[in-house]
Design a protein around this ligand. Structure first.
Ligand SMILES: Cc1ncc(COP(=O)(O)O)c(C=O)c1O
Length: 377
């Protein structure tokens, strides 16, 4: 048993690294079960985590039962089949592809492999929380450039920020939570402004929702022309409807970058059902595109209805809307939770009246719109 003196010393000087003790926790949102327990409700409308409300392709579901017999074996540690499928679809060699337990794990691997204390990461604010949390965990400094007042990327400020010593430039295009999109010309200018040794990470978690816009850049084509190192992050959690399985991937500038990330990867980081499901999902492009079409059409309807209530809705190229509400967003979210509706109020300083709302099934969106109208009109 430690004595009281050692306990009080431990409280003052925790064993963990100072970067870890001061780290903010990622807000993973509420699960449906948690809301059921808390409010004693049955029907939940989950619009807090940007999932695909239509779920995975029937291809995934058809192959599911057969997986049960294989659960006794370890998965393929190198995820060869999936990496080959991804490589073929993206026109590069599979030694430039890495798969992760969600793309969030790859963000962590990038931070662990590339960042030392004091190095600088440039990102945007507000952003996907882990773009800041993992670099800070490694002791890096994070310079988060706020979006402009029109809720779009502040390109001039980003260019100024990357001109200072920068180890990694990391941001999502389209952005989460704002939803804004960076054009090809802007991306090119930003890359040109970066120091030549900087690692550029473009997180394309919502790419499939933006692709139909001719302004949405093919970051891979732009980056392939660069002599510098880069990583493009993609996920199966959004358009492909596989969020529960935790699987995402990275395309990298070279086999060397993929190998560096692979060195810090846990050996069996992705499980067998996830690898198999991801291959089946990739093979059914038509299903994915149909989900995108329905979600984008619903997004336009939801955004229009919210605007009709007098709310400001940021232009979005994703499966969610970022909305400014006339009350603290936390308060609105709590009132919606009592009705079984989960949204994501933004808790960051300066954005307390903003909330992110994922696009659900048409009936779920109707429920949301009716409840928001009751509460804010
Ligand atoms: C921009 C962005 N990047 C990465 C992720 C993580 O996705 P995954 O489920 O693949 O870990 C998310 C999830 O919301 C996201 O919004």
């Amino acid at each position: 048993m430690p004595d009281s003196v050692s306990l009080s010393l431990l409280a003052r000087y925790p064993l963990c690294r100072p970067e870890v003790s001061g780290l903010p926790r990622y807000n993973a949102g509420l699960s449906e079960d948690e809301v059921r327990r808390r409010y004693g409700l049955q029907n939940i409308v989950k619009l807090g985590s940007n999932e695909n409300p239509y779920g995975p392709s029937p291809n995934v579901i058809a192959g599911w039962a057969a997986l049960a017999e294989r659960l006794g074996r370890y998965p393929d540690a190198a995820a060869e089949t999936l990496r080959h499928d991804i490589a073929r679809l993206n026109g590069l060699e599979s030694d430039r592809v890495l798969v992760g337990n969600g793309s969030e794990q790859i963000i962590r691997l990038i931070a662990e492999a590339y960042l030392s204390p004091g190095e600088r990461v440039v990102t945007v604010r507000p952003a996907f929380g882990l773009h800041e949390i993992y670099p800070r965990m490694m002791g890096a400094e994070v310079d988060a450039v706020p979006v402009g007042s029109d809720a779009t990327f502040d390109l001039a400020a980003l260019q100024t920020a990357v001109k200072r010593p920068t180890k990694i430039l990391m941001f999502a295009n389209p952005s989460n939570p704002v939803g804004c999109m960076m054009s090809g010309a802007a991306l090119q200018d930003l890359i040109d402004a970066c120091p030549s040794h900087a690692l550029i990470v473009v997180d394309e978690a919502y790419r499939e929702y933006a692709e139909e816009d001719s302004e949405y850049p093919d970051a891979q084509v732009i980056l392939e022309k660069q002599p510098r190192p880069w990583v493009i992050l993609r996920t199966f959690s959004k358009a492909y409807g596989l969020a529960a399985l935790r699987i995402g991937y990275a395309l990298t500038s070279s086999a060397d970058v993929a190998k560096t990330l692979d060195t810090v990867r846990d050996p069996f980081n992705t499980n067998m059902p996830a690898q198999v499901a991801a291959c089946a999902a990739l093979a059914d492009d038509a299903y994915m595109k149909d989900c995108i079409r329905k979600t984008v059409s619903e997004r336009k309807r939801v955004a229009g209805a919210l605007k009709g209530m007098g709310l400001f809705v940021a232009p979005t190229w994703t499966n969610f809307v970022f909305v400014r509400v006339p009350v603290p967003a936390d308060q609105l979210a709590t009132e919606l939770l009592k009705r079984g509706i989960i949204i994501k109020p933004w808790k960051e300083k300066g954005f307390e009246t903003w909330t992110r709302i994922s696009i659900g099934l048409p009936t779920e969106n109707d429920t949301l719109l009716q409840a928001v109208a009751d509460l804010v009109l």
